[in-house]
Design a protein around this ligand. Structure first.
Ligand code: DC
Length: 229
C-alpha cells in the first residue's frame, strides 16, 4: 500500500476488536495502537498513588502526572508507565473495575488524546496505523480512511474474555458478563467522547464469525479502499 492509512476500530469490550485490529495491522504492515491500554495504565497509576478513582476532581488534578508510552508493533505491543512495563497490571480486576470512571474524566481524555494524535501523526510518516478504542472514529481521528464499529452478543463476548484469562466455568463467565455490561453502560453514557458508531463506520458483528473471517473482511475493505485511491 502506498499512501499511509489510518484504520479506526471502535467497539465494546470483548467484541474481538483487539485481536482483529492486531491481525489487520500485521497483514497490512501497519502499526497498531491500543488506546484502552493507555486508559488502563492511567487507571493503574491512580490506584497505585492512592487517588480516589470516583473523585473526578482528584483524578483530573493528577491526569498530567503519569508518563505513558505505547509500543506499536502489532506482534508485540507494549505499554509502560513511568518507564516500567505494566502490561500485566493493567489487566487486573482492580483496573477492570476502575477504568470506566477514570476514562470519563475530561482531563484524562484530553491528556491521552494528545498522546494518541502524536502517535498517529508519527505513523503517517510510514505505512500507517490501526487504532482501536471507543472514540477513535468519532473524536481522535474522524478523518480515518476506514472506520469500523465492532460488536458481538454479550454472552459471546463474556465467553471469549473468560477464556482469555483461563476461566471458562459458568460462574466466571457470568461475572465477566456483568463486568463487561457495567463498563458498557458507563462508556456509552458518559458526556465526553462516549462509545458511539462513528459517522461512516462499517458495522462488523463478530458473534458468528471467526477471528480469521473478521480479519479477512477488514483487510478486504482496506484493499478495496486503496485500489480506489
Ligand atoms: O478496550 P479496553 O476494554 O481495554 O478499554 C478499557 C477501558 O478504557 C474501557 O472500559 C473504556 C476506556 N476507553 C475509552 O474510554 N476510550 C478509548 N478510546 C479506549 C478505551
Amino acid at each position: 500500500m502506498s499512501t499511509p492509512l489510518v484504520v479506526a476500530v471502535d467497539g465494546t469490550s470483548g467484541s474481538g476488536k483487539s485481536s482483529t485490529s492486531r491481525g489487520v495491522a500485521d497483514r497490512l504492515g501497519l502499526r497498531y495502537l491500543d488506546t484502552g491500554a493507555q486508559f488502563r495504565a492511567m487507571t493503574w497509576w491512580m490506584l497505585s498513588n492512592d487517588v480516589d478513582v470516583h473523585d473526578a476532581d482528584a483524578v483530573a488534578a493528577a491526569a498530567d502526572k503519569p508518563v505513558i508510552m505505547s509500543g506499536t508493533d502489532p506482534n508485540g505491543p507494549t505499554i509502560t508507565l513511568d518507564g516500567t512495563d505494566v502490561s500485566r497490571e493493567i489487566r487486573t480486576d482492580e483496573v477492570n473495575g476502575s477504568v470506566s470512571p477514570v476514562s470519563a474524566v475530561p482531563a484524562v481524555r484530553a491528556r491521552l488524546l494528545e498522546l494518541q494524535r502524536g502517535i498517529i501523526r508519527e505513523a503517517l510518516t510510514g505505512p500507517g496505523i490501526v487504532v482501536e478504542g471507543r472514540d477513535i472514529g468519532s473524536v481522535v481521528w474522524p478523518e480515518a480512511d476506514l472506520k469500523l464499529y465492532v460488536s458481538a452478543d454479550p454472552s459471546a463476548r463474556a465467553t471469549r474474555r473468560a477464556a482469555e484469562v483461563g476461566s471458562s466455568d459458568d460462574a466466571s463467565i457470568a461475572a465477566t458478563k456483568a463486568s463487561l455490561e457495567a463498563r458498557d453502560v458507563i462508556d456509552s453514557g458518559r458526556t465526553t467522547a462516549p462509545l458511539v458508531q462513528a459517522d461512516g463506520a462499517v458495522h462488523l458483528d463478530t458473534t458468528h464469525i471467526t477471528l480469521e473471517q473478521a480479519i479477512d473482511q477488514v483487510v478486504q475493505l482496506a484493499v478495496e479502499l486503496t485500489s480506489q485511491a
